[in-house]
Design a protein around this ligand. Structure first.
Ligand code: AHG
Ligand code: MN
Ligand code: MN
Length: 350
């Protein structure tokens, strides 16, 4: 039988899907990779495609508006919050290598039956970030962080113990922003890569390889409605940005969805700040499934992330829904931030 040499003349330019990319990354950096991680990631990509389909048709389905209950955060749950959460719980639940999950929408972490011995991973996530924007057609997203299951966990242990690891222990982190296009951005510690969902064949295709956050941007992003509640050093820093002292006039962009505000900061540079306020003295954003994944991605792209006193990823968590101030951005904005707010030398922004 003569071997046929097959040349695939794809109608599409060379496409690399996120699953292929993960597998290539794993084989490049851990040659004995079993594909277990890409199996896990395929659960996340599937769940986000399910959510994306609902987000795209939100006005046509009965998914807009409030679900009529309040989540553990004390926040009104939107119907799409619940749908996105259920999609992730289902898709991760059928992946036997996931032992524990924790979600912004569920008070307790979940340990899947019998997996304390066989599972390898912990996944913590914000199933739908920016919920208040759903009904007005503004970008929302999903944020996730993947940790290794600690050894010797027993089924009687509280599953949240497995989640309480500092951000430096993350194996991977990523987000999907359901915006004018749907883009997944992730890192496994070897750079940051972005994939655009091609709706014509439902795959996330590599579109932004090796994303680097610009040294300096032109936007800062904070909810200045809380100006009077910001600690004075934060106000001094923002006035410094506005004054042109950084060599350019900064504009303000604030969408109210962390995932969208951060995605713009990652691609265009600048800085995002959610300082401590009277209403949220320890900040509003959640450490495990908002600040840590964003911090991992920012640092992998050459930026920094701080809670105003230390690097976000050094914080030792004490409970799964704990909140933190979050300041994240490019090198020059974070260095200037350190001079105004943070004790000098307390972060890596050298
Ligand atoms: P979520 O919808 O998951 O609760 O997150 C909303 C968060 C975050 O996305 C955004 O940056 C912040 O809330 C906006 O808060 P303010 O409305 O207080 O500015
Ligand atoms: Mn959120
Ligand atoms: Mn949310």
């Amino acid at each position: 039988m003569k071997n046929r040499h097959v040349t695939i003349r794809s109608a599409e330019p060379c496409i690399i899907t996120v699953e292929q990319h993960i597998l290539q990354e794993q084989r490049r950096h851990s040659p004995h990779a079993t594909g277990s991680f890409s199996w896990l990631l395929s659960g996340i990509t599937l769940a986000t495609k399910m959510t994306e389909a609902r987000v795209r048709r939100a006005g046509l389905l009965d998914v807009l508006g409030k679900a009529g209950n309040v989540n553990v955060q004390g926040e009104e749950q939107q119907k799409l919050d619940i749908y996105a959460d259920e999609a992730l719980v289902h898709c991760l639940g059928v992946r036997e290598n996931v032992a524990v999950i924790a979600s912004e929408e569920n008070e307790e972490a979940i340990m899947f039956d019998g997996r304390e011995g066989t599972g390898k991973y912990v996944v913590v996530f914000d199933p739908l970030d920016g919920s208040s924007n759903i009904d007005v057609n503004v970008s929302v997203g999903t944020i996730f962080s993947i940790l290794e299951l600690p050894p010797n966990l027993s089924s009687s242990d509280d599953a949240s113990v497995a989640c309480l690891q500092p951000g430096v222990k993350q194996l991977a982190a990523g987000y999907v922003v359901y915006g004018s296009s749907t883009i997944m951005v992730y890192t496994t510690g070897h750079g940051v890569h972005g994939f655009t969902l091609d709706p014509s064949f439902g795959a996330y295709v590599l579109s932004h390889e090796n994303i680097r956050i610009p040294e300096q941007g032109s936007y800062y992003s904070s909810n200045d409605a809380y100006w009077d509640a910001f600690p004075q050093p934060y106000r001094d820093y923002i006035m410094h940005l506005r004054s042109g002292a950084m060599g350019r006039q900064y504009g303000l962009r604030y969408i109210g969805s962390l995932v969208a505000d951060f995605h713009r900061t990652l691609l265009r540079g600048g800085i995002f700040l959610y300082p401590p306020t009277e209403k949220h003295p320890s900040g509003k954003l959640r450490l495990l499934y908002e600040a840590n994944p964003v911090a991992f991605i920012a640092e992998q792209a050459g930026g920094f992330a701080s809670d105003g006193t230390r690097p976000i990823m050094e914080i030792e968590p004490t409970e799964i829904h704990q909140r933190t101030p979050l300041i994240v951005g490019g090198k020059s904005e974070m260095k200037a931030f350190e001079e105004f707010v943070q004790p000098v030398g307390s972060t890596q922004a050298k």
